[in-house]
Design a protein around this ligand. Structure first.
Ligand code: PLP
Length: 494
């Protein structure tokens, strides 16, 4: 085992402390080389580290990858074209990329207990595109080709291909609505998925704001989707995937789960049994850079039945894989297979509970009344603010979040009425329950001292606000105490 993959003590959750000195030299050398070619890029890279070190990062989709993961991305693996699949490439000389992709897929299969893993997607959106087309190919193209008596689509005449293409389009997909926490790629109009599919959404219960499985079942039975999509970007609760599979089976749909947000909680065995999507879904997609704490990228997991279609991601919707990023995925997945990643994942969930409790005890309102994953969704309408005003005021005070719709949001998707908080990043820095309670206190203080201001026309604006004097500085000072106690990349000096 190499130095950077040596096991760490389970008490340490911040990855990389044990090789910080070596990583410091590597980064210093790299930045001086970059500086000699384009100093502005070296400066922006240094500034980004200082900014990240100095802010309370509560964006639910972000994290801090280990220096091992980050360093893996900066190599000549980036220079190699390797379109195709392991052992079957359209380019010569891909033996090392074959090794990289094999190791990444092997770690992914072992970590998640999946029958098949595809490590090529460049991002979450790509992983979903691969999955959609793989499902369409598996469910429609294969039986249709059998009908025409040919082996592959290239064997079809122009006319038969045209007929088949008509049957590919306009399939039905059923996914969670955007304002209940679903993602744009789950069939919504601004995304290509909304153009590929007739889409219908399921929402949440108007009273509890929790997923209503009976309503999902009713929608599925009425709409008869080809694909039932489960997964979310802003739903603060766990999902019962066994129930979702039951519903999919009842209507003959393929169950696709997008676990981009909560993959780290699956990897860390916080979500098990019915809450683990892998044993229940036909196809699972994820990003690797959120709670999973890897490089920016995507991954598709599938049952053996769907493996062949998923493997056609390239050339179906992908070109050459990012071999350097696949290498970094392998390193991150190796890290996630260590026992201390389970401690990390449990801390992520425990910290979210502490943050939620901290808000509730201070009188704030949370969507669904709490959390049992890594997300807390605060309804800021009780403070008389829009999400946009709250997000900006918090940023002025050094607290980085993002605004988000709440179910049936009266302010729409741009201004919104919510702020989404997530615990993965600060948990990586070693923040615990007490620090998250203190964060809740700081956030509530800032929001209480923020007032919406009038527009030029005199009406209350949805974007303008004013923060009481001194609040931003006082909050930054209080945050600095928390941040100094839990440095980002401890021991890493540029
Ligand atoms: N799926 C879900 C559930 C997400 O939350 C996101 C990103 O926020 C994506 C897919 C898209 O990921 P990417 O930004 O890597 O394309």
């Amino acid at each position: 085992m190499s130095e950077h993959l040596a096991p760490r003590g389970s008490e340490s959750v911040a990855p990389g402390a044990e090789y910080a000195a070596t990583a410091s030299s590597a980064y210093r050398a790299a930045l001086s080389v970059i500086e000699s070619v384009e100093p502005r890029i070296a400066a922006a890279t240094r500034a980004e580290l200082s900014d990240q070190r100095a802010s309370l990062k509560l964006i639910a989709s972000e994290n801090y990858a280990s220096p091992a993961v980050l360093l893996t991305m900066g190599t000549w693996l980036s220079d190699k074209y390797a379109e195709g699949t392991i052992g079957h490439r359209f380019y010569a000389g891909c033996q090392n990329v074959d090794t990289v992709e094999t190791v990444a897929a092997e770690h992914a299969r072992e970590l998640f207990g999946a029958e098949y893993a595809y490590a090529q997607p460049h991002s979450g959106i790509d992983a979903n595109l691969v999955a959609f087309w793989a499902i369409l190919a598996h469910r429609i193209e294969q039986p249709a080709l059998a009908e025409y008596g040919v082996k592959g689509i290239n064997d079809l005449s122009e006319e038969d291909w045209e007929t088949l293409r008509q049957r590919f389009g306009n399939q039905r997909a059923l996914g969670m609505s955007l304002d209940a926490g679903g993602h744009l790629t789950h069939g919504f109009r601004p995304n290509i998925s909304g153009k590929m599919f007739h889409q219908r959404s399921y929402g949440t219960d108007p009273e509890t704001q929790l997923l209503d499985y009976d309503a999902v079942r009713r929608a599925a039975q009425e709409f008869k989707p080809l694909i039932l999509i489960a997964g979310y970007s802003a739903y603060p609760r766990r999902i019962n995937f066994a129930k979702m599979r039951e519903i999919a089976d009842e209507v003959g749909a393929t169950l696709m789960v997008d676990m981009a947000h909560f993959a780290g909680l699956v990897a860390g065995k916080v979500f098990t049994g019915d809450e683990d999507p892998v044993p229940h879904a036909h196809v699972v997609t994820t990003t690797t850079h959120k709670s999973l704490r890897g490089p920016r990228g995507g991954l598709v997991l599938a049952t053996k039945e769907y493996a062949g279609s998923v493997d056609r991601g390239c050339p179906m919707v992908l070109g050459g894989p990012l071999s350097h990023v696949m290498a970094a995925k392998a390193v991150a997945l190796a890290e996630a297979r260590r026992p201390e990643f389970q401690t990390y994942a449990q801390n992520v969930a425990d910290n979210a509970k502490s943050l939620a409790e901290g808000f509730l005890t201070r009188g704030a309102r949370l969507v669904t009344g709490g959390t049992d994953n890594h997300i807390v969704l605060l309804d800021v309408s009780g403070f008389g603010l829009t999400g946009r005003q709250a997000e900006s005021a918090l940023l002025d005070a050094g607290i980085v979040t993002n605004r988000n719709s709440v179910p049936n949001d009266p302010n729409g998707a741009w201004y919104t009425s919510g702020i989404r908080f997530g615990t993965p990043a600060l948990t990586t820095r070693g923040f615990g329950a007490a620090e998250f309670d203190r964060i809740a206190e700081l956030v509530v203080d800032v929001l209480k001292q923020t007032t919406p201001t009038a527009t030029a026309a005199g009406a209350p604006g949805k974007a303008k606000y004013s923060l009481a004097d001194g609040v931003a500085d006082a909050t930054k000072a209080a945050s600095a105490e928390l941040l100094d106690a839990h440095p980002l990349y401890p021991g890493l000096e540029l």
